[in-house]
Ligand binder design. Structure first.
Ligand code: PMP
Length: 466
């Protein structure tokens, strides 16, 4: 008798199909296929109800940083749940894990970011940033500083403000309304796809910086623009590593115009790039705000955090102003989630997981790059434990496959069968493995992905595509 015999896969799939609306559910596909039920996790591996084992190279959704199924995490969560499972953090109550975690985050973040607002996840951290930006600008008498600039193809979450700040065209279908009067999108730093023929990386950055300055001008100048949002490396938008100097120069434009720089580190924070936060340590900028979630608890509990600077704090906290920031979630500073985050950080420190990312990350990049010899691999890009493979129909022209072909999904379907989970986003396969990944795991991922791509090429050939 195996531990998986207790599950009736078909019954679970049908129950799920009948009642569970999934995030980003494609209704027609889902009606036929349903979803794969996952019942067990062990470090980098997940198991379905039939006991099939997969290496999860996506780390859940870029969030499994310390590995799944850890007894020490389960114990820390259980202990806190038993001791005190909930206490509100509203107004004048607090709890010990929330206070300790806020202090710990202030210690790990770039020097002036000493203040934390806890949220339920990444989207709510971005929404909190959005509200705090306007509140801050109003408190300092800058009532016209309302405009927000972000980038096309960025992803900042799924709530109303976060989705409006995001710029992925597919996320902005006509069925929805978005905040469009004060949120504006400028070009994103994809040198491979967006630079003009013959343009150097430096010239490309010049253009992007110029576009930013022009947008500020168009909106009425520095007195009208409140903040700029950017992921240090764009995640869901296709793992776009910005060209050298881009973030520093965008940051300098912000400073010159008194515009807050919000670094969305929901993916890049907590070790994915080998640092607690990537903004300063990987890219040399100190933002005014950092949004974080995911790796903060490695997905063991839902939690997000907005970190912000002393400068912002001092305006909010001005003696005698009588101010109150009217914002908060029932679960802001949830003690069990904060206890999970504290344990998660302790594990990362004790097991030197950031060091592992810095050691194995370059090997991962280098090995994955070898896939560029395959006929449909246009570019392998990314950094350390945040990478992606882009597929093209024609390497010379960089022409993409038709969207209906769903090339990324075809390849990831083959990979599934070979025991590897890698997320497909149209013509991409995206990976963000647990920070515990070893060199042997890298070899498995690269070999399996190679086989999956080769099988897909054969399949396309047999369908007469080539
Ligand atoms: N910001 C970024 C950069 C993200 O990648 C995500 C989620 N993938 C979010 C915000 C939203 O986080 P959540 O799904 O936890 O709300």
């Amino acid at each position: 008798m195996s531990e998986f015999d207790q599950y009736d896969t078909q019954a679970i799939v049908e129950m799920d199909k009948a009642h569970h609306l999934h995030p980003w559910q494609f209704f027609d596909l889902f009606r036929h296929n349903g979803a794969l039920p996952i019942v067990k996790g062990d470090n980098c591996h997940i198991y379905d109800t039939d006991g099939r084992k997969y290496f999860d190279a996506v780390g859940g959704l870029w969030c499994n940083n310390i590995g799944l199924g850890r007894k020490d995490m389960a114990d820390a969560i259980a202990e806190q749940a038993y001791k005190m499972s909930y206490a509100s953090a509203f107004v004048d109550l607090t709890n010990v894990p929330a206070a300790e975690l806020a202090a710990k985050l202030a210690q790990l973040a770039p020097a002036p970011l000493n203040h934390v607002f806890f949220t339920c996840g990444g989207s709510t951290a971005v929404d909190t940033a959005f509200r705090l930006i306007h509140y801050f600008q109003n408190c300092r008498g800058k009532h016209d500083k309302k405009h927000i600039i972000s980038r096309k193809n960025s992803y900042h979450g799924t709530t109303y403000a976060a989705m409006s700040i995001g710029g992925k065209p597919g996320d902005h279908p006509p069925e929805f309304n978005f905040i469009s009067d004060i949120i504006h999108h400028i070009s994103y730093p994809n040198y491979y796809r967006c630079a003009e023929e013959g343009m150097s990386e430096e010239e490309f950055v010049d253009c992007l910086v110029q576009e930013f300055e022009d947008k500020i001008e168009e909106l009425g100048g520095a007195d009208k623009v409140a903040a700029f949002f950017a992921e240090p490396i764009m995640g869901a938008g296709g793992v776009i590593v910005p060209p050298e100097g881009y973030l520093k120069r965008m940051h300098a434009v912000c400073k010159k115009n008194d515009i807050l720089f919000v670094s969305d580190e929901v993916v890049t924070g907590f070790g994915r790039l080998g640092h607690w936060f990537a903004s300063e340590d990987e890219f040399g900028i100190v933002p005014d705000m950092i949004t974080s979630a995911k790796g903060l608890t490695s997905g063991y509990m839902p939690l997000g955090a907005l970190l912000f600077s002393d400068e912002i704090w001092e305006v909010l906290n001005a003696e005698g102003s009588g101010r109150c920031f009217p914002h908060g979630f029932t679960y802001s500073g949830h003690p069990v989630a904060c206890a999970a985050a504290l344990k998660n950080i302790e594990i990362m420190e004790q097991e030197k997981l950031l060091e592992n990312v810095n050691e194995v990350g370059p090997y991962f990049e280098e090995q994955l790059k070898t896939l560029e010899d395959l006929s449909i691999v246009g570019q392998v890009r990314g950094r350390k434990f945040m990478v992606c493979v882009e597929y093209v129909a024609d390497k010379q022209t960089r022409e993409l496959f038709p969207e209906e072909l769903d090339i990324g999904k075809r390849i990831s379907n083959h990979a599934d069968k070979l025991g590897l989970i890698c997320r497909s986003i149209v013509h991409l396969n995206v990976m963000s493995p647990p920070l515990t990944m070893t060199r042997a795991d890298v070899d498995f991922i690269v070999d399996t992905l190679r086989k999956s791509i080769e099988l897909t090429v054969e399949e396309l050939r047999s369908e007469g595509y080539f």
